[in-house]
Design a protein around this ligand. Structure first.
Ligand code: SF4
Length: 291
């Protein structure tokens, strides 16, 4: 089984079979991201993918979920994705859910009917790095999508019956846009109303262009307490129908797993207690954080 280069998957896909259908990211411009720098974007052939699936089939039904890599694999057309999903059904018929990374580009290049076809062929969940609901922040990090496009993305996935797992990034607006980032992210999440939201905390890594901006003084990462305040604002000001909201990714200082709206008061109390204490005892130490 061949996975080319470093491969990333969402934490909730830790037990899944990983099948690389693209290498790298077709966008590869987000200023905070160093995941696929130096990795040329390539679409794998169906023959290569089928061989990978056959390699996994030899082990039998050990895993029930499968995740399609790399960075924005949903950018492929349905014409390319449908044969992949068909091959998964034929080769690994025990797979119950297929997941994929996708963003506004990958969803909006498909009609609702095409998304329904993908759903019927086995696509169960799209993991979408929304990062911020603040258009100014989105432009500054070169996300390549807008707030309105995120809302349309959520709407099409909902109509197609595909689960939408949204990722937002604490600190990505910098000190300058910290408040706007949090407030606008809360209102965007309310409009999108996805079933899953994961809040991650930005770490500026040397490979990412943001690190140069940080060194030049053009970007300043909010300090820990401000990051917690962003989390608080997002929880306090968002209104979900039914959302599993978590901040238990390795990058976060305060891991939380909740169901909103039911757990809202409890979550706010936890954050307020930490903020009021003034200390850092309840926060994850720097050495335990991951990307
Ligand atoms: S964050 Fe996602 S879309 Fe942006 S460059 Fe990285 S992999 Fe590509």
């Amino acid at each position: 089984m061949t996975l080319v280069g470093q491969v990333y998957r969402p934490p909730s896909e830790a037990e899944s079979i990983l099948i690389q259908i693209t290498e790298g990211c077709s966008h590869n411009k987000c200023t905070y991201c160093g995941m696929y720098r130096g990795k040329q974007f390539r679409v794998k052939s169906l023959v290569e993918i089928e061989q990978e699936l056959l390699d996994h089939a030899r082990f039998g039904p050990l895993q029930r979920r499968l995740f399609l890599c790399d960075g924005d694999a949903l950018v492929l057309s349905s014409r390319r994705l449908l044969p992949v999903l068909d091959a998964i059904r034929r080769t690994l018929p025990w797979i119950e859910r297929v997941g994929i990374y996708g963003d506004t580009r990958g969803v909006l290049n498909k009609t609702v009917d095409q998304l329904i076809q993908l759903k019927e062929a086995g696509l169960g969940i799209v993991y979408h790095g929304v990062e911020s609901g603040d258009d100014e922040t989105l432009a500054s990090i070169q996300k390549g999508g807008t707030r309105d496009e995120c809302i349309e993305t959520a709407s099409r996935l909902k109509k197609a019956g595909i689960l939408h797992s949204v990722i937002v990034l604490l600190g990505v607006g910098g000190v300058k846009r910290s408040n706007e980032h949090a407030v606008n992210t809360a209102s965007l999440l309310t409009e999108m109303d996805p079933p899953y939201v994961g809040a991650l905390t930005l770490t500026v890594i040397p490979e990412a262009p943001l690190s140069v901006l940080q060194q030049n003084g053009e970007f300043e990462l909010p300090e820990k307490r401000q990051l917690l305040k962003e989390l608080r604002t997002i929880v306090a000001k968002s209104n979900f129908s039914n959302c599993r909201f978590s901040s238990n990714h390795a990058s976060n200082y305060l891991p939380i797993r909740s169901d909103l709206p039911g757990d809202k008061e409890q979550v706010l109390n936890i954050i307020d207690t930490v903020l009021a204490s003034g200390g850092e005892e309840q926060l994850k130490p720097e050495w335990m954080r991951g990307l």
